[in-house]
Design a protein around this ligand. Structure first.
Ligand code: AGP
Length: 594
């Protein structure tokens, strides 16, 4: 994520841009900056921290500028890594949202040609490429530039000698605001709504030129095209949630993009860390809450794809375990990177001599200073207290790591690894298909909203998904729920089964499927309503009161798809009950006490 804003017109450029950026702070707030064109060159102001931290010094009044609020991906939050970036002659400037996959190669080439870089970011290559390609026309330079870059981008560029802005989009959002004698561009509509409700959404491959008088758009074939102008009916608060009623729902819907961003650049080789430096004989995962559930799922993935024995510990309990004779490689999961229990566990793991890796969603968060290595999920900011897209991207990182280690160990051959990677590439589309079925999923929550207790049962890799489904329902709907291994129900919880106790059974066609069918039959025989989420099957249809079948996938990838269904179930149950979904009572997004 990251938020970008551009403006050309007669209003106070700085005010328009800063106000727009404030509306986009939900997209990241690691640093902020603006660039405004002046006759002397580009005036730039940028800083680590929030938009309000930018100084209020007078900006020479000019009629075009760009701004950025950052969610750090490449390079820590700092003044140097803040956008906008300038070319070597201070005549061109850009802001960027996205990830440039091939920036290393481009940077080497540009440095060789004499370009001087001031940051560690991938984005800075864009402005130096623009400079390299610039022969008097910024639009032509941008066209040439985007032919060189691979990855995702929303880019806005401004130059010293013109009031025009040029922009390009691929896989990162960009919307143009249409005004009278002024035009705007931004990552999202909230940034525009103080000035206009008429917008044009750019599509992947589009390039546009904005002046105060007009907007011209070219598609990926470089044909001049018209993009429909839409009138936005939302107010600003609705718009920050992109029209979704809650951040949680928005974040559930962002998962296809989050998966895509997280695998981007990591499928050819996992270069985040030098794996050859470490011993992966044995691995332990440590985390809290939903992140711990990602670890539990990860255990099955590591054991299957890389044949590496794993243990999983909840952070707050880790210190009470006895140090084993060996020192397992330790992976700590924390979306926020600020969970004190997990930070304490990282310290303890180090004290025991383990090598440590943190998987987190927040650049430069506290946990990153406690560990040997860091891998960032690319989920973008998660605002809802309930973790959704960060769980999904944590599990994605586990797949990528396990495939890489499996290949290195010779557990996987190239063909097999490719088969898994192909399926990873297909996951975003499969998640979208589930999201398209939201009405069907919503229908099953009528019963759940009336229940006092709900059980979630699963086997094998879907057992931790049952735990996660139960946690989500408790957390946001305030309905008591418990996750169980399906085979354990008969060892006690069966006593609680009545016609008013719904059971959600996760039934995937792996080697546990027959046993799961048996468990579903046993539960149905106790008159409990059974709702099955899993692979399509006639027997399941017969035995259950309700069944939702996920798109076909390999069993090892089923947790991600099943879990999206459970997220929607929790959301719609909470919605029916009128709960405060984004801010459930007694909870906080980051738990910074032990
Ligand atoms: C999940 O929905 C919860 N809000 C909670 O369990 C959370 O996963 C846990 O507190 C860990 O947070 P972290 O990933 O930021 O460390």
């Amino acid at each position: 994520m990251c938020g970008i804003v551009g403006y050309t017109g007669t209003k106070d450029v700085r005010e328009v841009i800063l106000k727009g950026l404030k509306r986009l702070e939900y997209r990241g707030y690691d640093s902020a900056g603006i660039a405004v064109r002046t006759d002397e060159g580009i005036y730039i102001q940028k800083k680590k921290g929030r938009i309000d931290d930018l100084s209020r010094e007078e900006v020479p009044k000019r009629s075009a500028g760009i701004g950025h609020t950052r969610w750090a991906t490449h390079g820590k939050p700092s003044d140097e890594n803040a956008h906008p970036f300038l070319d070597c002659s201070n005549e061109l400037s850009i802001v960027h949202n996205g990830i440039i996959d091939n920036f290393n190669a481009i940077k080497d080439e540009l440095v060789e040609k004499g370009h001087e870089f001031s940051s560690e970011t991938d984005s800075e290559v864009i402005v130096h490429l623009l400079e390299e390609n610039y022969e008097g026309d910024l639009l032509t330079a941008l066209k040439k530039t985007i032919r060189r870059i691979q990855g995702s981008y929303a880019v806005v560029a401004v130059q010293k000698d013109s009031d025009e802005l040029v922009v390009a989009r691929n896989q990162s959002p960009l919307v143009i605001g249409v005004g009278s004698q002024e035009h705007f561009v931004a990552s999202d509509v909230p940034a525009l709504l103080d000035h206009t409700k008429d917008v044009k959404y750019l599509q992947d491959g589009d390039i546009a030129r904005l002046s105060k008088e007009k907007v011209e758009i070219w598609d990926e074939k470089e044909d001049l095209v018209e993009r429909e102008t839409k009138n936005i009916k939302w107010d600003v608060e609705d718009a920050e949630k992109s029209g979704y009623e809650h951040f949680m729902l928005k974040e559930i819907y962002e998962q296809p993009q989050a998966i895509h961003e997280s695998i981007l650049g990591r499928l050819t080789s996992f270069e985040d860390i030098d794996l050859s430096k470490y011993d992966f004989q044995e691995v332990q995962f440590i985390a809290c809450g939903t992140s711990a559930h990602a670890g539990y799922v990860g255990r099955y993935i590591f054991e299957k794809l890389a044949e590496i024995p794993c243990t999983v510990e909840v952070s707050s309990e880790y210190r009470y375990t006895s140090p084993s004779d060996s020192t397992p490689f330790t992976i700590l999961f924390s979306q926020s990177g600020e969970t004190l229990d997990t930070i304490a566990a990282a310290r303890e793991a180090k004290r025991r001599g383990c090598n440590t890796l943190a998987v987190t969603n927040v650049m430069d968060s506290s946990i990153t200073r406690e560990v040997d290595e860091v891998v960032y999920t690319q989920a973008g900011p998660e605002i809802g207290v309930a973790a959704t897209k960060t769980f999904t991207t944590q599990v994605i990182i586990i797949y990528l790591l396990a495939i890489e280690l499996g290949l290195r160990k010779g557990v996987l051959n190239k063909n097999k690894a490719e088969r898994y990677k192909d399926e990873l590439r297909r996951l975003p589309r499969k998640v979208e298909r589930i999201l398209d079925d939201k009405d069907k999923i919503e229908a099953m929550t009528e019963r759940l909203a009336k229940a006092r207790d709900v059980f979630f049962v699963g086997r094998n890799i879907n057992y931790p998904v049952a735990l996660e489904g139960a946690l989500k329902l408790k957390e946001i709907a305030y309905v008591h729920a418990a996750g169980y291994p399906a085979g354990e129900m008969k060892h006690g919880p069966f006593a609680l089964l009545t016609k008013d106790t719904p059971v959600i059974a996760l039934a995937i066609k792996d080697h546990t499927f027959e046993k799961m069918l048996g468990n579903i039959g046993e539960i149905a025989a106790r008159d409990s309503p059974v709702m099955v989420i899993g692979d399509e099957d006639k027997e399941v249809k017969k035995l259950s009161d309700y069944a939702y079948f996920i798109p076909e996938t390999l069993p090892i990838f089923s947790p991600l798809l099943v879990n999206v269904v459970l997220q929607l179930i929790a959301y719609f149950t909470a919605y029916r009950l009128g709960q405060d979904i984004d801010k459930p009572r007694n909870l906080a997004k980051s738990v910074t006490v032990e």
